[in-house]
Design a protein around this ligand. Structure first.
Ligand code: URP
Ligand code: ZN
Ligand code: ZN
Length: 471
């Protein structure tokens, strides 16, 4: 077989563990994963190989990561998130991420089909890696009947928010119950932002005084969201999954309490999965007391060190199946809209470019995860649970040639000024991280070379899916 590219000399993380093999790429697909492709398998022209040979000696070769939770160019909190499908997907590529899933959100009385069209218009011309959307259900009576049509369009994952009444996005229990019933019928999956809105609103009201804001500033973001706000909401959603049999996926789970609930639910065979995000694994709420504390406001907020510990353990024990980022970037100027009132901070952080480096450096190098678990949580499981496997998430013949190559030892100091991410700050500024991609391949095309993005806008393809929810 005449390969277009052969990656040779590296340690390849296959579904059966690490192997010293070559990876042969033909067109946009992986064509072979075995030893000796350079000497035996590549075609020759005048005695010379026609394949481009990429030397990965001393490097790890992994399936490209999937960040299944991003918000690019999202109108939110009175502004628009600063990473769009251009900067966001370039950032992703530099971090070894080769697929993203954004959330298409209907505005006002729009249908989900209109939201889908709006998001395709934003994404199609700009996107540098493959992508698709979860469809947000914001008006149950309008969107519930549309679910089957959206699955036929290739979108079998839906999202409901238990908060964000002021954005017009909030779903109540009736909507969650109904959406789970539909998911069961359609082979689809419901993603839930789980926070208990009535009690949260009450706590916010009680603390929303000039005196407390002066005294506590951004710390009020954490003070008003104790762990039970997330735990009660997860517990309730899990009950609806249990009685309907619909598959539930808790997004951006941030608490130890949540991980405990998921563990118990899974023991009872309730169809529920949970994702956490890189920031909940490595940042804690002591940051809110610092000078730039408001920059770190995301929703749900970063919690305590004890929560981090339980989430790492949850990843190891499979209570938590995916790490994503919930990327929703804002610049310092946008964050400054808060003017001392924590309820006005645009909530969200950048993360796509640092997802794999954070989980690798703080997970694998700190011996919290094995390399195989790292690949599982950042590449394979996200592909499986979102209905993209084995097209994505695995290095195997027939899969898309989405591959990241990184030096397991080389550390790079995070500096927002040198990154593709469109922000003028980073939650990880100055951190020394290993795991940045030396090379990234997207469907066979090299889009990162020597740590620099070299792909092109519009290369990313829409990924239709049939069903979701199976690991
Ligand atoms: O802070 C965040 N997470 N912003 C994006 C919206 C959401 O809830 O995911
Ligand atoms: Zn959310
Ligand atoms: Zn989100």
């Amino acid at each position: 077989m005449a390969y277009d590219t052969i990656i040779t000399g590296g340690t390849v993380f296959t579904a059966n563990g690490p192997k010293k093999v070559d990876v042969g790429i033909k067109g946009q697909k992986i064509a072979a994963v075995r030893k000796g492709l350079v000497t035996n398998g590549s075609s020759t022209k005048g005695g010379r190989s026609t394949a481009k040979v990429v030397d990965a000696t001393g490097q790890y070769v992994i399936p490209g990561g999937l960040d299944v939770h991003v918000h690019l160019e999202l109108p939110f909190c009175g502004t628009v998130s600063s990473d769009d499908f251009d900067s966001g997907t370039k950032a992703a590529a530099r971090g070894g991420v080769t697929s993203v899933i954004d959330f298409a959100i209907p505005y006002g009385k729009e249908s989900m089909a209109t939201a889908y069209d709006n998001w395709r218009m934003k994404a199609d011309p700009k996107t540098c890696i493959d992508y698709c959307f979860h469809m947000a259900i914001t008006k149950w009576d309008l969107h519930g009947p549309e679910m089957a049509k959206m699955v036929q369009k290739g979108c079998p994952t839906f999202k409901e928010f238990m908060i964000y009444e002021s954005e017009g996005w909030q779903s109540d229990d009736r909507a969650i119950f109904g959406a789970l019933e539909n998911c069961k019928k359609l082979g689809a999956m419901l993603l839930i932002h789980a926070e208990s809105s009535r009690v949260l609103d009450e706590l916010i009201d009680r603390h929303h005084t000039k005196a407390l804001m002066k005294k506590y500033g951004a710390q009020l973001h954490g003070i008003t969201r104790p762990n039970y706000i997330e735990a009660e909401a997860i517990q309730r959603a899990v009950k609806w999954a249990e009685v309907t049999g619909g598959t539930l996926y808790i997004v951006h789970m941030s608490t130890a309490d949540g991980a405990d609930i998921i563990k118990e639910a899974r023991k009872k065979k309730i169809p529920v999965h949970a994702e956490t995000c890189a920031q909940y694994l490595v940042l804690d709420d002591s940051l809110f007391a610092t000078k730039d504390g408001h920059l770190y406001a995301c929703c749900p907020q970063i919690k305590k060190k004890s929560d981090q510990k339980r989430l790492w353990q949850g990843l190891k024990q499979d209570d938590v199946c995916v790490v994503s980022t919930d990327t929703c970037s804002f610049t310092r100027e946008q964050k400054a809209m808060w003017k001392g009132d924590w309820t006005k901070i645009p909530m969200g952080m950048p993360g796509l470019e640092t997802l794999l480096p954070i989980v690798y450096t703080h997970g694998v190098l700190k011996k919290r995860l094995t390399m195989q678990q790292f690949v599982e949580k950042c590449c394979t499981n996200p592909a499986k649970v979102m209905g993209l496997y084995p097209k994505k998430g695995v290095i195997a013949p027939g899969s898309d040639a989405d591959i990241a190559i990184f030096d397991p030892k080389k550390r790079i100091k995070v500096d927002h000024a040198k990154m593709e991410t469109n922000t003028d700050w980073s939650p990880f500024q100055g951190w020394s991280l290993a795991g940045f991609a030396r090379n990234t391949f997207s469907r066979g095309a090299m889009i990162v070379d020597d740590y620099k993005f070299c792909g092109k806008n519009g290369w990313g393809k829409w990924m239709p899916r049939k069903s979701a929810g199976k690991l």
